[in-house]
Ligand binder design. Structure first.
Ligand code: DGJ
Length: 720
């Protein structure tokens, strides 16, 4: 039983393989938080509320309980907790104060479904605790859900508010997760970034006050990722306490952390209140998206591996094919300049190199010869593909490879048939001009007519054609947010309803094209989040494929997300890298996730073609480790000149070790340790053919850095 109520101590206890979460109902009214951390001794913790508050406190409890200090399970705006509060509801009297008290609980197997939202799938070990609360003045009821995934040390959190007041209320803020911790002796890790520089690593000490990361862009964005972590100051890759938090959602979010007057820390994660409000009529309810949290005493690496196994087991879609396809993508080689003849040259060169799939990127539809026109017109451009899409795809497949295609469903160019017919189908505010970006506007996905139109349009174009993969792009953020289809009092719902429409369309794609996989993309890795991972087998990590920058993006992405989802391409845009050694470096860097190529392979030299062929064949040997192995980081490219890591299998009989040097460095020695190796065994490195003792692996493999760059080395150790 991972969830139980202990009658003796009157506590709720949520247990996973290595962690424990404890709470109690104080004075039969208030769910207070007692403990979250490692399992040993967790049930002995006593209630901690050592300080009286200056004000206010509840007189009936003899000044011993103030909502403004100590640890709560959830908090409400306006009733004396002056810290960040996850819930604010404007009631029928016009104020936004609520004061919820405990009514009861329920423990059940499995989990609640979150209608129209992505969420983690339960298995036979999953259990949920539901706490019910109510506020008599606003007439609202609140349910807090804790879904426990014991095998991966993850707890999912979500909340539901129901209006029973007899009049409409407005939900102004409702966060998915709140967690109070009895110390602030933490560093906070967050991933900030920009287009072409997604997910840079930042680790800073917590300070008194509120620190937050957020998006108000309508997408999770390149600029801040919804993942954050709190770690003890001494936490390393292998040791120290680490709490990780993430959001299973792809639109606006707010992750806030406050260190309060007593040095306690409060974390809150959810939709935030900017570009969000929700009108709740009598009898209606609103369910939040899901947030997830994990704890590990095994440092950053432990936290990452918890999240990796959790996302692989409970979020990512099932593998679509027997083998994850190695792709050849046409974007960097061709941009919009594509036609059937050229694409068939790509198909042949892909097949010759053992590549599994041709992905035809932007430029195949409507009047799409550049980024100024065509978005929204999802029919094939007959000037480029005279015999139509089906015949073309059949010709690609005659080479014995799979076929993938680029789409950007959520967007429209004003220069398109769709916009000329339905100008009212865009996100916009009444009487206000909309700002263009990349010559495009955002379609109003909150309007079901738009979603239905897109379904029909893609169905007309793709039905009966054996498409194996969709690259689903999204190339601008939302400004002037409003929906012509919603009344004024519901305009604040636009951005959230937009995401529900996007998810509806994703689910439709998965059901309507069950044999195809989806790779999500947003101007590179601008929607690299757990919401997208629910529907996308992999995500395009970044448009930046320059290895020295790319290794940083990949390093940080692995903090929260499994390498199985991190699409990594060897890029060689205009065959600028004609030297097989440089291509080898690019390939090493790309071996951090599922492999692909962005290069003009048909025009490459025979030597380069042979190099690619050998790389694809070698990747096949490592693929299982890369997609499903346990991942250990050794060096961070943010701290040093190197990125180093290894993958290993459950039996610890295989290790794929990688060392990548960013810049040339006068000869020095670096040691790479693999403590999981068996000291008494010998290992064959299948790359060099050399045999290494287990002791060498555990005590450090020596690397001599090179003065010249690029430089990288890889070892594939197999236990003899
Ligand atoms: C942005 C993506 O990140 C690129 O890979 C490419 O698909 C272009 N869009 C196409 O317009």
């Amino acid at each position: 039983m991972s969830v139980r109520y202990d009658d003796k101590s009157e506590r709720f206890i949520l247990e996973t393989a290595n962690t424990c979460y404890v709470m109690q109902i104080l004075f039969d009214k208030y769910p207070v938080h007692l403990y979250y951390g490692k399992k040993d001794g967790c049930c002995e913790v006593s209630y901690m509320n050592p300080y009286k508050s200056f004000s206010p406190y509840f007189e009936e409890h003899g000044q011993n309980y103030s909502p403004d200090v100590g640890m709560a399970e959830y908090s409400y705006f306006g009733s004396g907790d002056f810290r960040i509060t996850p819930l604010r509801i404007k009631n029928k009297n016009g104020d936004s104060v609520t004061h919820f008290t405990y009514d009861g609980y329920r423990i059940f197997n499995g989990r609640m479904e979150l209608p129209r939202l992505p969420y983690s799938e339960a298995d036979s070990d999953t259990q949920t605790l539901e706490l019910s609360l109510s506020d008599s003045v606003s007439g609202c009821r609140l349910k807090l859900f804790y879904t426990v995934f014991p095998n991966e040390d993850v707890i999912a959190r979500y909340a539901l508010v129901e209006n029973k007041s007899g009049a409409p209320v407005t939900v102004e803020k409702i966060m998915s997760l709140m967690l109070d911790l009895p110390t602030s002796d933490f560093d906070m890790i967050s991933l900030y970034g920009a287009h072409n520089a997604e997910r840079s690593f930042q680790r800073v000490p917590l300070f008194h006050g509120v620190q937050s990361v957020m998006s108000r862009r309508g997408a999770s964005g390149h600029q801040y990722n919804p993942f954050t972590a709190l770690c003890s100051k001494n936490a390393t890759e292998r040791e120290g306490d680490v709490y990780g938090f993430n959001f299973v959602y792809s639109g606006n979010f707010l992750s806030e952390t406050e260190v309060d007057q007593t040095g306690f820390t409060r974390v809150s994660l959810g939709l935030g209140s900017e570009n969000f409000s929700w009108l709740l009529k009598e009898g209606d309810s609103f369910m939040t998206p899901e947030a997830v949290m994990t704890y590990s005493e095994k440092g950053l690496g432990g936290m990452s591996r918890n999240f990796h196994s959790f996302v692989r087991a409970h979020i990512l879609p099932p593998e679509p094919f027997e083998k994850r396809p190695v792709v050849l993508n046409t974007w960097e080689a061709c941009y919009f300049d594509i036609d059937e003849k050229e694409m068939l040259r790509f198909a042949k060169s892909a097949a010759d190199a053992g590549i599994d799939m041709l992905v035809m990127d932007d430029g195949w539809f409507g009047a799409r010869n550049n980024d100024k026109a065509g978005l929204g017109d999802w029919y094939v451009n007959k000037n480029k593909f005279r015999d139509g899409l089906k015949t073309f795809v059949d010709r690609v497949k005659a080479h014995g490879i799979k076929f993938g295609i680029w789409i950007e469903p959520e967007m429209v160019n004003p220069d398109s048939d769709l916009f000329r017919t339905h100008p009212e189908w865009c996100i916009r505010c009444t009487d206000r001009e909309s700002t263009l970006s990349r010559s495009q506007l955002v379609l109003d996905m909150s309007n079901n007519d738009v979603v239905e139109y897109l379904k029909k349009s893609f169905s007309d174009t793709f039905d009966g054609i054996a498409i194996d993969y969709f690259k689903w792009d999204m190339n601008r953020h939302m400004s002037e947010v409003g929906s012509p289809a919603l009344p004024p009092e519901r305009q604040g719902e636009t951005a959230y309803r937009y995401m529900l429409g996007v998810y509806d369309l994703y689910r439709w794609f998965a059901q309507h094209f069950p044999n195809a996989m989806i790779e999500n993309c947003s101007g590179g890795g601008g929607r690299y989040d757990l919401g997208m991972m629910k529907y996308s087998t992999q995500i395009w990590t970044s448009d930046n494929t320059w290895p020295k920058k790319r290794m940083k993006i990949q390093y940080s992405s692995t903090l929260a997300y499994p390498t199985a989802a991190m699409s990594c391409h060897v890029s060689n845009p205009r065959n600028i890298c004609a030297n097989p050694d440089e291509l080898k470096y690019r390939w090493h860097v790309a071996l951090n996730g599922p492999l692909g190529y962005e290069m003009h392979l048909p025009n490459a030299s025979d030597e380069i073609k042979e190099t690619v062929k050998a790389q694809v064949a070698a990747y096949r040997e490592y693929e299982e480790l890369i997609l499903r192995g346990d991942f250990y980081r050794i060096f961070s490219p943010f701290d040093s000149n190197y990125y180093a890591y290894y993958f290993t299998n459950a039996e610890r009989s295989e290790f794929l070790l990688s060392f990548e040097q960013s810049y040339g460095e006068s000869a020095s020695r670096v040691y790479l340790f693999i403590p999981e190796a068996d000291e008494n065994a010998e290992y064959l490195d299948t790359v060099s053919g050399e045999v290494f003792s287990g002791k060498t692996l555990t005590r450090g493999i020596e690397v001599k850095t090179k003065e010249t760059d690029p430089y990288s080395v890889m070892w594939h150790f197999v236990k003899k």
